[in-house]
Write a protein that binds this ligand. Structure first.
Ligand SMILES: Nc1ncnc2c1ncn2[C@@H]1O[C@H](COP(=O)(O)OP(=O)(O)O)[C@@H](O)[C@H]1O
Ligand SMILES: [Mg+2]
Length: 262
């Protein structure tokens, strides 16, 4: 494998890894589903899985997470820059190296959180915010972004189930959460090839199955790309029929999920 990322023209992704982000409001099930997805990928495929989160995926990020979520109130521009600093460092020091190794990276929140919360919730300019985000991450977008879409009316019972004190975002009020939800849905509608919108009020296992169906085809694609780059056949790591041995990479291709199901 080359140490230089073999960029996919459509996504800017390195050739080998798979990058999955979970988005949605607090209490929508991101932590639950990212854990279940990670366990499935490790058990069924033996893949290296890196589960991480924003803010707080690095030491610098954990310090900033404390500042942003539990510190003094900051104005919206400062808040944008704090999240952006965390994200730039997170991508450069953790996400990109893992993708270059061929890992599956699952992040609980990524740049779309900033677009939904800071542009949607706090009404800053979306186009400018998007440019800033893309600059900070040097263009790295997820292979798939899973939106766990939850009616804010269902939020109180979810949050009380966690038994945790609400943090600053959770206390922001129902209007804020409604605007954020609308912003997420608009982002997903604008880029349907990257997003999967799932009904987060469904059962945990039902959602997990939909998440697996969204991610499985990407594993096949990444394997095909990796095999094409290395010149060796795709092995049947999933124990199944394993796609087409030695198949040429198909950037942006969507293979049948059943070919990788365990
Ligand atoms: N589909 C679901 N149905 C009912 N409860 C859920 C579901 N998904 C998660 N939960 C519960 O809701 C709470 C919040 O879930 P969590 O995964 O922590 O959400 P997030 O990480 O998005 O804040 C937890 O107590 C979790 O067990
Ligand atoms: Mg969580």
């Amino acid at each position: 494998m080359s140490t230089t990322p073999d960029d996919d023209a459509t996504t800017g992704l390195p050739a080998r890894g798979v990058f999955v982000s979970f988005e949605g409001g607090d209490g929508s099930g991101k932590s639950t589903q990212s854990r279940l997805l990670g366990e499935w990928l490790e058990q069924a495929f033996g893949r290296e899985v890196v589960r991480t989160r924003e803010p707080g995926g690095t030491q610098l990020g954990r310090t900033m997470r404390e500042l942003v979520l539990h510190g003094e109130d900051v104005d919206p521009r400062t808040e944008v820059l704090l999240y952006l600093t965390d994200r730039a460092h997170h991508v450069a020091s953790l996400v990109r190296p893992a993708l270059e190794r061929g890992a599956v990276v699952i992040t609980d929140r990524y740049l779309d959180s900033s677009l939904a919360y800071q542009a949607g919730g706090r009404e800053l300019d979306l186009a400018r915010l998007r440019d800033m985000q893309l600059w900070a991450v040097d263009g790295l977008l997820p292979d798939v972004t899973i939106l766990l879409d939850l009616d804010p009316a269902l939020l109180p019972q979810r949050l009380s189930a966690t038994g945790l004190a609400p943090d600053r975002l959770e206390r922001s009020g129902e209007q804020f959460h409604r605007r954020t939800r609308e912003a997420y849905l608009a982002l997903a509608a604008a880029e349907p090839e990257r997003w999967r919108v799932l009904d987060a009020s469904a059962g945990i296992e039902e959602i997990a199955e939909q998440v697996r169906a969204a991610v499985a085809p990407l594993l096949d694609r990444a394997r095909a790309r990796a095999a094409g780059a290395a010149g060796d056949p795709v092995d049947g790591a999933g124990g199944g029929t394993g796609g087409e041995p030695g198949a040429a990479p198909r950037p942006g291709g969507r293979l049948d999920a059943s070919t990788v199901a365990p």
